[in-house]
Design a protein around this ligand. Structure first.
Ligand code: GAR
Length: 201
């Protein structure tokens, strides 16, 4: 039996696409059975539909509070028998009431080499902007387990990417995705799903 994965998204979903494309080759111990978005307009939802993966949209505004939002997420995950959650460009913080329910079962991809340019306020293009403003010559991506500390959970994998003259946040974002995120995330998902199968043997 494959490990049941839910991917949480908010935007374009290129990392979701990388996971979908890796199924059957890199990602063999787990299967994406659900995509959850906190944004009804996320293009990632289209990607899921094209791949025939069920989707759910959960809006914090509609739920009324962070606690109700997280309860709703838990209900949905439970109903689908989800074992592993992958945050792939999921742009909202999850509190301890949620993360404590899935210890070492939630993965996140972050577009820098943690502990640089991470934590509250560092997401998406802002991360690359901060790296360029600081003047670092090497950046990269990190896949880590998620706990109650934003970007603070145990690191699973990292890959370095060089900054080049003339980089803008957009150019750098694309290079970090191509050279690091889209490769690391499916590999890390496989590692975690395979280790879960070992545990249940
Ligand atoms: C990715 O670069 C991901 O690492 C980043 O947002 C982008 C989402 O792109 N996530 C964070 O910054 C989380 N702190 P995508 O929707 O095309 O996968």
């Amino acid at each position: 039996m494959k490990t049941k994965i839910a991917v949480f998204v908010s935007g374009g979903g290129t990392n979701l696409q990388a996971l979908i494309d890796a199924q059957g080759t890199v990602l063999v111990s787990g299967e994406i059975v659900l995509v959850v978005s906190n944004n009804a307009d996320a293009y990632a939802l289209e990607r899921a539909k094209k791949a025939g993966i069920p989707t759910e949209v959960v809006l914090k505004k509609v739920c009324g509070s962070q606690a109700a939002f997280e309860e709703k997420l838990k209900q949905i995950l439970c109903a689908h028998g989800i074992e592993v959650i992958i945050l792939a460009g999921f742009m909202t913080i999850l509190t301890e009431s949620f993360t404590a329910c899935y210890p070492r079962r939630i993965l996140n991809v972050h577009p820098s080499l943690i502990p640089s340019f991470c934590g509250a306020g560092f997401y998406g293009l802002r991360v690359h902007q901060a790296a360029l403003e600081y003047g670092v010559k090497v950046t990269g991506a990190t896949v880590h387990f998620v706990n109650e500390i934003p970007d603070g959970g145990e690191i699973i994998a990292q890959k370095a990417v060089y900054i080049e003259p003339g980089d803008t946040p957009e150019i750098l974002q694309r290079r970090v995705m191509e050279q690091a995120e889209w490769i690391l995330l499916p590999q890390a998902a496989e590692t975690v799903c395979a280790s879960m199968k070992e545990e249940t043997k």
